[in-house]
Write a protein that binds this ligand. Structure first.
Ligand SMILES: Nc1ncnc2c1ncn2[C@@H]1O[C@H](COP(=O)(O)OP(=O)(O)OP(=O)(O)O)[C@@H](O)[C@H]1O
Length: 641
């Protein structure tokens, strides 16, 4: 055994030295300009843990291995023995997130029933040697990514060092991967497992050699304050900001990032639309007058860009003062969209709709892997401006940003009610939802939305055949919507042009607001509504597998406005059950209006509810919203194909 071992090691060294002479010089060249040698393959004979002796090859796009002295291309079939399809024989660099030398120790012989026979032919069992591990990913069911490790060993530590250097150099070519991240952990998220979730994924970041500055929050609002007080210079030193928590926590960080940095004009207010209809009729979008010419001086300042405190900025204070934010113009100058700084979400919340929509699953390891592998997608963000908190309140605009959803009526009532039951964890939504459903309240409101010319003006959503029986048809729409679902590398989203953000602080009038550069008209709708909702993304979650609006895209520049008109409770229940069903048709009812729009305004006409922004309550009597296409980038690869 001892003799056989040393013979094999000699053979290995011979072969290795034969390949490394040329590779060493090529690699040195590659290193000098920061790139791995990739034109000619490097090869060594090593021992692979749980497999046995293999010839490992460094190719231009990854690693592959096979048995020595074998003409067989891979290990799935060798010496005439069928090994089965589960034997992995290669891994691409795009699927490797780290490589590390590990301590001198045991490399086990094959644990495969068939390979075991081969190893016994060579006479090798477990043996001690120098080792290195390649950390990669494996795709599993339901869009999840799993961790995969491949450990190799050799009697010569130099050879292990050389291989880790080569692989490291090849990974450096993957320039989209982050190196330095700011991480916020909400210990109170969901079932209060935020810290444990971070502890579980932290090794992924250390193996990937990503530096992390971790802040575990001690109170609500801390991450918001930290994002506001972090200087732009410090933010530029990070490749991204990661949150471990739910949608509400992400919303907090997003607002802390955008409120003082994004200089964007506000959308028209509900009063602007009213005035427009009285004086000029509803057709808009072709007017070329400039914002500056149309906007009265008194309305010009964006109150949040000039507000006095962070609490004021998120609407916790009432008074508005000018230019006392403490930020100079230069400090505010943070161009958007910000390509360099990406956001990431490691799910630990109660709903985690943003993660479900952007990674296709709700799995912390999948999110962590998509972050360290440097995946990227763009995300639309809605700017929501509250003009008045209550009917009697003064006009005092307050801006918030939302990434997933804004809803009034049923949605606002559920979030208000559920806040009383936070101690229940995620179950609070079921309990509060049932209570609010049983109340069956409706609210009188006036909504105006911008109908873009690019959308079918006759019918905002294309419809196909209707599955309803005839008695149902009076309540169902005549045709079923045709859906174009958002996927990874989605054609609709990849058409996204960069947002050109005007730096003016002035509010736009309906004339100067041009719906993201497309023509169209404002339409109005008034009545009693059970809910008014605007979905920015589909909002898939465990309770609504297709989301609120299955065909919503991550980055198409549109909101999906859902007006659920007052209807009997049984019909509303029918609508809700369709939402909860995979392949359901929740929008295919005559009491549901669905408009794809870049902006809308809202005024409550009677009894008040509150708005729900990304799962957080936001009282508003009068409000406008507009979407900014692809405003931020996320570390995610998009919903699976
Ligand atoms: N240390 C903390 N203690 C209490 N609340 C916190 C703390 N840190 C953050 N928060 C607040 O907790 C709220 C909810 O957090 P988060 O979104 O992570 O969980 P969730 O509401 O359970 O999940 P989801 O939003 O997905 O339904 C956020 O509004 C955030 O401001």
């Amino acid at each position: 055994m001892e003799g056989e071992d040393s013979r094999l090691v000699e053979k290995t060294e011979e072969r290795t030295s034969a390949t490394t002479t040329s590779d060493a010089s090529a690699s040195a060249d590659g290193d000098s300009d920061g790139e791995a040698e990739s034109s000619s393959a490097s090869t060594s004979t090593l021992f692979m843990d749980n497999v046995g002796e293999v010839v490992l090859t460094l190719g231009s796009d990854g690693l592959s291995w096979k048995f020595p002295d074998s003409d067989y291309k891979d290990l799935s079939s060798c010496f005439g023995i069928k090994l089965g399809g589960d034997v992995v024989t290669e891994i691409k660099f795009s699927e490797i997130y780290g490589v590390e030398l590990i301590s001198y120790g045991v490399i086990r012989g094959s644990n495969h029933p068939n390979i075991g026979k081969l190893i016994s032919l060579h006479g090798h069992g477990d043996t001690q040697m120098y080792r290195f591990t390649v950390h990669g990913i494996k795709k599993s069911q339901h869009s999840q990514l799993c961790l995969a490790t491949y450990t190799f060993g050799h009697k010569d530590s130099e050879i292990c060092h050389r291989w880790t250097d080569w692989i490291d150099a090849s990974l450096k070519v993957e320039i989209e991967r982050p190196k330095n991240l700011l991480v916020f952990v909400n210990p109170r998220s969901g079932k209060k497992h935020g810290c444990r979730t971070w502890e579980n994924v932290a090794p992924v970041f250390s193996r990937a050699k990503v530096d992390t500055k971790v802040i575990v929050t001690e109170r609500a609002g801390q991450a918001f304050d930290a994002m506001i007080s972090t200087s732009n210079e410090e933010l530029r030193s990070y490749d991204g900001v990661i949150i471990v928590g739910g949608d509400g926590f992400f919303n907090e960080v997003l607002n802390g990032f955008l409120l003082f940095r994004l200089r964007a004009p506000h959308p028209p207010s509900p009063s602007d639309i009213l005035h427009l209809n009285r004086s000029n009729g509803p057709v808009l979008g072709h007017d070329t007058r400039e914002a500056t010419a149309e906007t009265p001086e008194t309305e010009a300042a964006s109150p949040l860009l000039s507000s006095s405190s962070t609490h004021k900025a998120i609407g916790l204070a009432n008074s508005s003062t000018e230019n006392d934010s403490g930020y100079s113009d230069e400090e505010l100058d943070f161009p958007f969209p910000r390509e360099h700084l990406r956001f990431g979400i490691i799910p630990a919340g109660s709903t985690d709709a943003i993660v479900m929509c952007t990674t296709g699953t709700r799995d912390p390891i999948t999110s962590a892997l998509q972050i360290v592998l440097g995946k990227r997608i763009s995300l639309d963000i809605a700017q929501v401006v509250r003009w008045k908190t209550t009917f009697t309140a003064d006009v005092d605009p307050c801006v918030r940003y939302a990434a997933s959803f804004a809803g009034y009526g049923f949605y606002g009532d559920v979030i208000t009610e559920s806040e009383n039951y936070r101690w229940m964890g995620p179950k609070r939504y079921d309990y509060a939802g049932t209570k609010v459903f049983l109340r069956h309240r409706s609210y009188e409101a006036e909504v105006a939305y911008f109908e873009s010319e690019s959308e079918n003006p006759e019918s905002p959503v294309e419809r196909g055949s209707n599955p309803c029986s005839s008695w149902m048809k009076s309540m169902c729409c005549s045709e079923k919507p045709q859906r174009v679902i958002c996927r990874a590398n989605c054609g609709v989203c990849s058409n996204s042009k960069p947002v050109h953000m005007s730096k003016t602080r002035q509010r736009l009038t309906p004339y100067s607001w041009r719906g993201g550069g497309v023509g169209g008209r404002w339409q109005k709708c008034a009545g009693r509504f059970l809910s008014v909702g605007a979905a920015i993304i589909s909002n898939r979650n465990e309770k609504a597998p297709d989301g609120l609006v299955a065909e919503a895209h991550l980055s198409d520049g549109f909101l999906h406005l859902l007006l659920i008109k007052d209807c009997p409770r049984a019909l509303y229940l029918w609508h809700l059950t369709q939402l909860a069903k995979k392949g359901g048709e929740p929008l295919n009812f005559s009491f549901v209006e669905h408009h794809k729009t870049p902006a809308f305004t809202f005024t409550s006409m009677g009894k008040e509810s509150v708005w729900n922004l990304d799962g957080e309550p936001f009282p508003a009597h009068q409000l406008s919203a507009q979407v900014f296409r692809g405003l931020i980038s996320l570390f995610a690869s998009g919903p699976p194909v």
